[in-house]
Design a binder for this molecule. Structure first.
Ligand SMILES: O=C(O)CC[C@@H](O)C(=O)O
Ligand SMILES: [Zn+2]
Length: 469
């Protein structure tokens, strides 16, 4: 794909849309838009524009479409698969100025908002009205709702409430042509042709730019109980996960943390938490509802399963401060890994009951290739974040042998009935693995869809799959 560099004349036209104040082209101004949270990758855009309306986004996109300029849509830059990296330069359209929470419609349990709203701001605003928006990725304090839509985001509560796919009713989208459409209706049901809303969710900015989002809300449960269960092995912890559901219990969160991850968080956050010798893995289990009596009953049932599965100890968080400390431990895991070692992160997901085989296999592959990994994640969803760490690995092996090891991890994941990413997306860093999961027919269908929306290939090129020749 041949793209046009942004010349002075095009720059002037961009400035005529977003103004001098909201158009960046100097090195020092574009720097922060040249990376996201994915490893250490850096790609500089030529120009960054911060639109304030769908009409401005549309004008920018129309201009790029006319001149064949690559566009990289960007949210808060918290992505972990390189989706927001402007790998071909061009124009970054960052949604940070489109951050209005337009309406909370309490009659219909819906909210309408712009894509640059920080996820936690939505969660907090609806909580004040006794409502729950349950999609809360670890980076909820900084990530944007638009980025969550682009990645089909999840978070710890997916196990009970589902991913963002269950909560998006309708999207306003600027297509690669510059035209603006609504993808669906503000209704709970949609049996009216192809579901473009669902197609847009998880499309990683390759089909258009979301400029408004309508989300579904639900009543917020009044009570919760949080427990930390410890195990002597990763496999014992992972085995207990599916048993909890088989016993008829659905926690609101069921997270897995490996010992080393907890050790690193303790070091990173300087927290007071004693790691008992011989404990290798933890499950963080939350139940929620409106009646404490029912929750205690649920915890009793879960405890029986834990005991049957060789659980060593269960710590009950009594106060909201204790709960927050435990949740913080889990949420800080990604950043603490990053601060401790050079790493590569994979977002494997398998049917829940295959989790013990997945983690065992990952460790065996690591032993064969000479790498260590720190695993944690949403065990209740079978979603394991595998952080491969460079510690103890030579530069030579890291640069040349690791790829084969990662390929084996994905092969194992796929063989166990899983897929390449549960919630972080394919983006730039996982696209070469797509053929491990999808055959040529499947990939050709994806290319076909891309081509219908974006025949010139300007919208987030080089993400999800390599552009067809
Ligand atoms: O930045 C995030 O929200 C992603 C990290 C996340 O998947 C996690 O579970 O820790
Ligand atoms: Zn996660």
């Amino acid at each position: 794909m041949e793209f046009t560099p942004i010349n002075q004349d095009i720059l002037k036209q961009i400035i005529s849309i977003t103004g001098e104040e909201r158009t960046f082209y100097k090195q020092e101004d574009i720097e922060r838009y040249s990376h996201d949270e994915t490893e250490d990758l850096i790609f500089h855009p030529e120009v960054v524009a911060l639109p304030e309306s769908a009409e401005e986004v549309s004008a920018l996109v129309e201009l790029c479409n006319e001149h064949q300029i690559p566009i990289t849509p960007r949210g808060a830059g918290t992505g972990l698969s390189g989706g927001a990296l402007p790998i071909h330069g061009g124009l970054v359209i960052c949604m940070e100025r489109m951050n209005k929470l337009i309406e909370i419609d309490e009659r219909n349990l819906q909210a309408t908002l712009e894509p640059g709203v920080i996820t936690e701001n939505l969660i907090d605003a609806v909580a004040e009205k006794g409502l729950l928006y349950p999609v809360d990725p670890a980076s909820k304090g900084s990530c944007f709702i638009g980025g969550n839509v682009a990645h089909g985001s999840g978070g710890p509560q997916v196990v009970k409430y589902g991913t963002i796919r269950e909560y998006i009713l309708n999207l306003e989208v600027v297509l690669p042509s510059g035209e603006i459409i609504w993808t669906g209706a503000n209704t709970l049901k949609f049996s009216s042709g192809y579901n473009l809303t669902q197609l847009m969710i998880g499309s990683e900015g390759t089909l258009g730019i979301v400029t408004k989002v309508v989300v579904k809300l639900i009543p917020k449960p009044k009570e919760n109980i949080l427990m930390l269960a410890s195990f002597k092995s990763n496999e014992a912890a992972c085995e207990a996960v599916s048993r909890i559901f088989m016993a008829g219990q659905t926690p609101s969160s069921l997270e897995f943390m490996e010992r080393k991850g907890v050790e690193w968080v303790i070091k990173y956050d300087q927290i007071a938490f004693t790691l008992v010798d011989g404990i290798e893995a933890f499950l963080l289990i939350e139940v929620n509802g409106d009646s404490m009596d029912e929750l205690f009953l649920q915890c009793e049932q879960i405890n029986i399963v834990l005991e049957e599965n060789d659980c060593q100890d269960v710590l009950l968080a009594d106060t909201s401060a204790q709960k927050e400390a435990l949740w913080n431990m889990r949420r800080t895991m990604a950043v603490s890994v990053k601060s401790n070692s050079v790493y590569k992160e994979e977002d494997t997901v398998v049917p829940r009951a295959e989790l013990p085989k997945l983690i065992k296999g990952i460790k065996e592959i690591g032993a064969r290739y000479g790498f260590e990994s720190v695993c944690y994640g949403h065990a209740g969803d079978g979603n394991l974040h595998v952080n491969i760490i460079k510690e103890n690995m030579s530069d030579e092996d890291w640069n040349h042998k690791l790829d084969d090891g990662i390929k084996e991890i994905f092969e194992l994941t796929v063989n166990l009935g899983g897929t390449l990413s549960g919630e972080h997306g394919i983006g730039y860093v996982q696209k070469d693995y797509m053929p491990l999961k999808f055959n040529a027919t499947h990939i050709a269908l994806m290319h076909g869809i891309k081509n219908v929306f974006d025949p010139k290939g300007i919208m987030n090129p080089g993400k999800m799959f390599n552009s067809p020749a």
